[in-house]
Design a protein around this ligand. Structure first.
Ligand SMILES: C[S@@+](CC[C@H](N)C(=O)[O-])C[C@H]1O[C@@H](n2cnc3c(N)ncnc32)[C@H](O)[C@@H]1O
Length: 357
């Protein structure tokens, strides 16, 4: 079982070893086989009977190639066939594990960070594990999840859109939300679209209107981030925003494949295959996020690694000789080599809305 991380093959080996140290459950064989078979072209014969794949082929036949962000959005959030819309299983036995599903100390640290907030909104709550921890503080909890299949997993009050949230003073929390927002993919200065060739989904490239960071390399970009974060913080009249995710201070160097997939707790297959059956994600550009929040009038209170954030809240695993399985999970979350970052910002004056809104 791995948590969702950028991976070269050596990093994946490290992750495998770490997983053994954590003694997390082994994957059922059928999931492992499925994960591998997604990468084989032969498997496309199976995809022709997937309703979402059929609809995407139809959409491309009628309207031409679709831009990668529209493809990713459909794969994750299509109302009938999207990976999250159908209801993903998150946690050690699910498609992937996240920090709150691996150890309760993560939720305790987030709760401490927003202590005193009478109302907490969590956006993208997944299976609700973090929300349950936050509810224990006595704060009123409201959840926002775009995906019906994820909303169905919640015990707290949940709505579908930030637009339904009334203004309030308190805190907004999101763990691994931003990485699940669709990206535009620019390769060697040209934008990636998805087309169909002989029934198979294929990548084609076109001129882009984006200012790509370099002419060479593969970049996943979120030009809609300003608009999204403006929507995210709009309901807040005063209080804190806590965002946790994996990423870089910038768009990356373009030398690594920026799109990653996960299925059954393992790296998944080609992002152009099996739409809706696997998770799809890309690193967050924290330089962009920090810039947008500053632009929106938020004051940055703290930014650093997840490990330092947990230490900041006096969390530490016992010495390795005395660790339980749970302690090893916590130690894994506090591994300084992980790319997870935490951003805490405060709003003390009205949010400036994005231009044109
Ligand atoms: C990677 S999961 C993270 C789940 C959870 N926070 C955790 O740490 O286990 C991303 C979640 O964000 C939700 N999501 C994605 N885009 C969203 C949006 N625009 N508004 C609200 N929720 C969204 C997805 O449906 C999913 O539940």
């Amino acid at each position: 079982m791995g948590i969702r991380l950028p991976g070269s093959s050596s990093e994946l080996r490290l992750r495998g070893n770490a997983a053994r140290r954590l003694r997390l459950p082994q994957q059922p064989l059928r999931d492992a086989q499925r994960s591998r078979s997604l990468q084989t072209p032969k498997n496309d014969a199976i995809l022709t009977i997937t309703p979402l794949a059929t609809r995407l082929r139809q959409r491309i036949a009628e309207g031409g190639p679709i831009r990668f962000d529209a493809w990713m959005d459909a794969c994750l959030y299509d109302e009938e066939g999207g990976f999250y819309a159908r209801g993903a299983t998150i946690g050690p036995r699910g498609a992937f594990a996240t920090a709150p599903t691996l150890h309760p100390a993560f939720g305790d640290a987030i709760a401490a960070e927003v202590a005193g907030a009478a109302r907490i909104i969590e956006v993208g709550p997944g299976d609700g594990t973090l929300a349950a921890r936050l509810a224990a503080t006595g704060a009123e909890i409201l959840l926002v999840d775009r995906a019906a299949g994820m909303r169905a997993q919640q015990r707290e009050r949940v709505v579908a859109s930030l637009a339904e949230v009334e203004t309030f003073a308190g805190a907004i929390v999101a763990n691994e939300l931003l990485d699940a927002l669709a990206v535009r993919l620019v390769v060697d200065g040209r934008e990636v679209f998805v087309d169909v060739e002989d029934g198979r989904f294929v990548q084609v490239s076109r001129e882009t209107d984006l200012a790509a960071p370099s002419t060479k390399g593969r970049f996943a970009l979120r030009p809609a981030m300003h608009r999204y974060l403006a929507d995210l913080v709009r309901p807040l009249t005063s209080g804190r925003v806590v965002l946790v995710d994996y990423g870089n201070d910038g768009p990356g160097d373009g030398r690594r494949e920026p799109i990653r997939t996960y299925i059954g707790g393992q790296p998944g297959g080609d992002p152009l295959q099996a739409p809706g059956t696997q998770d799809m994600t890309a690193d967050v550009d924290f330089a962009q996020v920090r810039g947008v929040l500053a632009d929106l009038g938020l004051v940055e209170l703290w930014y650093g690694s997840q490990a330092d954030f947990l230490r900041r809240h006096r969390i530490a695993p016992p010495a390795s000789s005395a660790r339980s399985d749970d302690d090893w999970r916590l130690a894994r979350l506090m591994d300084d080599r992980l790319p997870f970052r935490v951003l805490v910002a405060a709003l003390r004056r009205p949010v400036r809305m994005a231009a044109g809104r």
